[in-house]
Design a protein around this ligand. Structure first.
Ligand code: PHE
Ligand code: FE
Length: 302
């Protein structure tokens, strides 16, 4: 498919698409070309523009993470990662979508990078997962400040093949649209952070990671499961929504679910009253800093 004709007609050098997303404290512009994006922020994956170096970066990132998974990643993730296709080259989104559609009705769609919250929620609610279509530069091999295709694909997409998790992600999107109306996005974002990005799951073999931020990180995967300094607290929705998080270092706290079914059921009720209760708790007792275990709280030792 081509870019829309209207976009082609606009003058060169002008941002012809949707507004770029700015975020964070600095004035660093986002890297992606938002001129390519449609009004829902999706864009075509221009697979031909990946260079040999790009494919090589993908191959090396994939290999480094894959060999770390046993004993650290949950079994569902390890079983599903092969659905991404060849680890040698950056995959085609269309090929992954075809397999995903059959498994759980999800698709992956390209985006130029981070997108506004509401656009993100709307895509998830339609079972479309936005994947950044560019890959980090070789000098960013260990750390990239914005999510790239490796984080988005390798970290997030395998669990979309797991029905209970796939349903959770869609429910999250619908819940996000509602949270926007209720001005509760900050509380809901904590749920995403501590589950989708940095979640741990208890298994008979021990704790395992299912969060994408952990699974796509070279160092945090082992840290999250084995570092004695990190706290690992049993999942509790309201407790979690009171908890702050760090975006610039490994997490000081992780939340542990027993199963994806538990997560889905705990988050199924209408959050409208929950937001009110959490706000009341925050007004009374304050927010909870990362790394804190409350008296009487169930935490996991390693
Ligand atoms: N039950 C939530 C609500 O009413 C929706 C939701 C589900 C949110 C799962 C997040 C995760 O807002
Ligand atoms: Fe992510």
């Amino acid at each position: 498919m081509k870019t829309p004709a209207a976009a082609d007609a606009s003058p060169k050098g002008v941002n012809r698409g949707v507004a770029p997303v700015t975020y964070g404290t600095g004035d660093r512009p986002p890297r992606g070309d938002y001129g390519r994006a449609r009004s829902d922020y999706t864009c075509e994956q221009d697979h031909a523009q990946y260079t040999a170096a790009d494919h090589d970066t993908y191959r090396r990132l994939y290999a480094r993470q894959l060999q770390q998974l046993p004993g650290l990643a949950c079994d569902e993730f390890i079983a599903a990662v092969a659905h991404l296709g060849s680890p040698e080259r950056i995959p085609h989104f269309d090929a992954i979508s075809e397999r995903l559609q059959r498994a759980t009705g999800w698709q992956v769609v390209g985006v130029p990078g981070l997108i506004p919250e509401e656009a993100f929620f709307a895509l998830l609610a339609e079972r479309k997962f936005p994947v950044t279509d560019w890959i980090r530069q070789p000098e960013e091999f260990d750390y990239v400040v914005e999510p790239d295709i490796f984080h988005d694909l390798f970290g997030h997409v395998p669990l979309l093949f797991v029905p209970a998790f796939a349903d959770y992600m869609q429910a999250y999107g619908a819940g996000g649209l509602k949270a926007s109306r209720l001005d509760a996005c900050e509380l809901l974002a904590r749920l995403y952070w501590y589950t989708v990005e940095f979640g741990l799951i208890a298994t008979p073999q021990g704790l395992r990671a299912y969060g994408a931020g952990i699974l796509s990180s070279a160092g945090e995967l082992r840290h999250s499961i084995t570092a004695p300094a990190a706290q690992r607290v049993a999942f509790d929705l309201q407790r979690l929504m009171r908890s702050r998080y760090r975006i610039d270092t490994y997490q000081a706290s992780y939340f542990v679910i027993d199963s994806f079914q538990q997560l889905f059921e705990a988050t199924a009720p209408d959050f409208t009253p929950v937001y009110g209760q959490v706000r009341a708790q925050i007004n009374l007792h304050g927010e909870i800093e990362a790394g804190v275990v409350l008296p009487g709280e169930r935490s996991f030792s390693v």
